[in-house]
Design a protein around this ligand. Structure first.
Ligand SMILES: Nc1ncnc2c1ncn2[C@@H]1O[C@H](COP(=O)(O)OP(=O)(O)OP(=O)(O)O)[C@@H](O)[C@H]1O
Ligand SMILES: [Mg+2]
Length: 118
């Protein structure tokens, strides 16, 4: 793997947030897996889960400050709605991009790309 130019503590915060969500918005016995891919000059990290998934409408608002999805499954789960907002800020400050791919009832992929260091 090529190295990326990034702040180690902030990247840790990003991964803890994304893996935390993948566990939190999942059923018991669900799965979470993390993969890296090199694409040209970018290193892409994906956090996959087979949890609740997110509707298209909600996906459009996910990275907004304090936004939380309200469904029967998520109603009793507590949180501030700040995690993904902070994750996006961190990644963009490091010249990266964040994305989500998800299907309700199937699971989600949260990914981010960072430029390779050299
Ligand atoms: N992997 C995921 N699968 C399904 N829904 C998710 C996933 N990650 C995030 N979400 C939805 O997006 C919302 C926003 O996530 P975010 O991490 O910003 O806030 P939070 O988890 O509610 O609170 P916290 O600030 O403690 O992280 C969540 O409330 C949840 O509904
Ligand atoms: Mg969260």
């Amino acid at each position: 793997m090529p190295k990326v130019l990034a702040d180690q503590d902030r990247i840790k915060e990003v991964v803890v947030n994304l893996v935390g969500n993948a566990i939190k918005y999942n059923a018991e016995g669900g799965h979470v897996w993390v993969a890296h891919e090199v694409k040209g000059r970018e290193v892409i990290t994906r956090v996959n889960d087979d949890g609740f998934g997110i509707s298209k409408e909600a996906q459009a608002k996910l990275f907004e400050k304090f936004y939380r999805v309200q469904t029967d499954k998520t109603r009793d789960i507590t949180g501030t709605g700040l995690g993904l907002f902070i994750v996006k800020e961190i990644i963009e400050k490091m010249n990266g991009k964040i994305f989500v791919e998800s299907e309700e009832g199937r699971g989600s992929v949260f990914g981010f790309s960072l430029p390779a260091a050299s």
